[in-house]
Design a protein. Structure first.
Length: 586
């Protein structure tokens, strides 16, 4: 049965024409608008509210969404993909300030110290075992399938079967069969092994310690090494070295002092997964002075996912010592100073070092501040971390799906643009070039009934297989996921057609990685308006007859919110009227 989403949008246009109020605004182009309007779109049938009464530029929608999820403050990604929708607001360095993605992925904390609870973490992780490993995907039979060989480490391995092909030779004209092989002793499976390597055995079992007799490469693949992973691998090797290599210059302050790496992080492939979830990761990608710190929570003897964060190098130097925090208080300000044996300068703040042996001799007040010790040993004094709201919501959807705090906000009063200066000037000052229009969104989950889960199973596997399949074991979703977005300022002609599709995509993305089925996308408009130079165009659009709404799917199964690519977005059966040209008001 055909589904039509356009009528809800067309009704909005008619409602504004009928009841709207004309107002001037900062752009110089008057608007006709209303306050508060809601549209609800049911996405459970696989459709999306992509307008058919005009052609909507889906390339811009998808690339803008991926750019937002990247957390960057500049539009270089958009420029690379010829998406110009933000060009009117960027500065000469292609910067926009902390808009949308920067707020979603690295919500800024207040620029002051605060008490942070100490984490006393013991290592309860284990080094991953590959003993029971099975192949990730079906294999076909090849010349060497079932054969056994010995590698350069004198370890036996068995050829499981053909897993693919390699292109080589001039212009990639030649194709070589590749195999999956499994080591008998450890169970580790290596993929993409060429016939030449199979017979020569010139590769190693990466499940065995090879970095200072401790570090294990695991499933890490050199051939697919990105610049990011290459950088992180170097950080991992240096961490292993200073804890376990007695010849390392830092061994005296680390390994010799009992500092260790948790068992899980001894495996490079597991380390790479975890460090991308640590606080400030998205800031780290843009600022190379951020380093991996194990002292932030006051537990300086263990590198572990619960003890480490990414922080600026000068903060790392400050926290390295077992500092005695001091509070300098006045009637107007409070500053927390962990400052034993160091004089540290911070952005906007100078920390005056007071050595521990002098604490008893300090006379107050100092420059109008009262001095006192921060004596609660269950806390350390630290700069707060940025907040990756996207990763937090993904974790909650997977682990606490009925939480009522599934909210992401892009609104920060302290970063709003200054009135009276241009967007590009605001961006150059570190403010938002344009405050977020869609400023917050919230998720809601509903448990699926058994009948709904059986229907989903039938859709995926067919009716004949139904009786054989245990629903939980094969990953049939247990929840339906809905999303509600709140938008303060709504350009009905240009912005809203983008927004309703973009948040439908976002709902589908979160449902995909959380293994849920999509429910409703609910759009709430605040100041919902039509620019007067768009009135004629929209009056013509409401006279067009809508086509059935298109359907949407992903090209592959995706479990990581940061793994989506442009080619993963598949829109089918999109039939539409011609595009409608409208000018943007800046």
């Amino acid at each position: 049965m055909n589904v039509y989403h356009d009528p809800k949008y067309l009704e909005l246009i008619k409602y504004i024409h009928k009841t709207g109020t004309r107002k001037p605004n900062r752009t110089g182009v008057d608007t006709i608008g209303v306050f508060s309007y809601q549209m609800r779109f049911d996405l459970s049938d696989g459709t999306i509210p992509l307008l058919t009464t005009k052609k909507v530029h889906t390339k811009s929608i998808i690339h803008e969404l991926l750019w937002m999820l990247s957390g960057t403050e500049d539009v270089k990604y958009l420029e690379t993909h010829q998406v110009s929708i933000w060009d009117e607001w960027k500065n000469h360095k292609s910067q926009l300030g902390p808009v949308y993605g920067a707020m979603w992925r690295a919500y800024p904390p207040p620029p002051t110290f605060s008490p942070t609870p100490v984490r006393n973490i013991t290592d309860e992780t284990t080094v991953r075992s590959w003993t029971e490993a099975t192949c990730k995907f079906p294999l076909t039979t090849g010349k060497y399938s079932g054969s056994e060989f010995t590698n350069v480490q004198n370890l036996q391995y068995k050829v499981l079967g053909v897993d693919g092909f390699q292109q080589n030779g001039k212009n990639n004209k030649h194709r070589t069969t590749t195999y999956a092989v499994q080591f008998k002793q450890s169970g580790w499976i290596k993929y993409g092994v060429s016939t030449r390597l199979i017979t020569s055995g010139r590769f190693v079992d990466q499940s065995l310690p090879s970095i200072y007799n401790v570090g294990i490469l695991g499933d890490y693949q050199n051939k697919k090494e990105t610049q990011q992973n290459k950088h992180l691998r170097r950080i991992w090797e240096l961490m292993i070295s200073r804890c376990y290599n007695s010849n390392d210059i830092s061994f005296e302050t680390h390994g010799n002092q009992g500092v260790t790496v948790c068992n899980r992080w001894k495996v490079l492939s597991d380390f790479l997964k975890d460090v991308k979830l640590l606080p400030n990761w998205f800031v780290k990608q843009q600022k190379q002075n951020y380093v991996l710190d194990k002292d932030y929570y006051g537990t300086s003897k263990l590198y572990h996912a619960q003890t480490c964060v990414w922080i600026p190098r000068h903060h790392n130097n400050l926290y390295r010592k077992d500092a005695i925090p001091i509070v300098l208080s006045s009637t107007t300000d409070t500053l927390f100073f962990p400052c034993e044996n160091t004089a540290a300068k911070f952005v906007g703040t100078t920390a005056v070092a007071i050595k521990s042996r002098r604490l008893g001799k300090v006379r107050t007040p100092i420059n109008g501040f009262e001095v006192q010790r921060f004596t609660n040993r269950n806390f350390v004094v630290r700069y707060p971390n940025t907040v990756d709201q996207i990763s937090i919501i993904v974790w909650k959807l997977k682990n606490n799906p009925t939480d009522r705090r599934l909210v992401i906000s892009g609104w920060h009063p302290g970063l709003l643009p200054y009135d009276g200066i241009s967007p590009s000037e605001n961006a150059s000052l570190g403010r938002q070039a344009l405050p977020p229009c869609h400023y917050t969104f919230q998720f809601y989950t509903r448990p699926l009934s058994m009948a709904e889960r059986i229907t989903e199973t039938t859709r995926r596997y067919g009716y004949n297989e139904l009786a054989k399949l245990p629903l939980n074991e094969i990953g049939i979703p247990q929840y339906e996921l809905s999303l509600m977005v709140n938008q303060r300022s709504c350009d009905v002609g240009l912005g809203v057609p983008f927004n309703i599709v973009q948040y439908s995509f976002l709902l589908r993305m979160f449902a995909e990685v959380a293994n849920m089925v999509p429910g409703e996308m609910i759009w709430n408009g605040g100041d919902t308006h039509i620019y007067e130079n768009h009135v004629d165009a929209l009056s013509g659009q409401i006279l067009r007859t809508p086509f059935p709404s298109p359907t949407f799917k992903f090209a592959r199964k995706i479990t990581d919110i940061d793994d989506f690519k442009y080619d993963d977005f598949i829109i089918e059966d999109y039939v539409h009227h011609p595009a409608i040209k409208m000018e943007v008001a800046v």
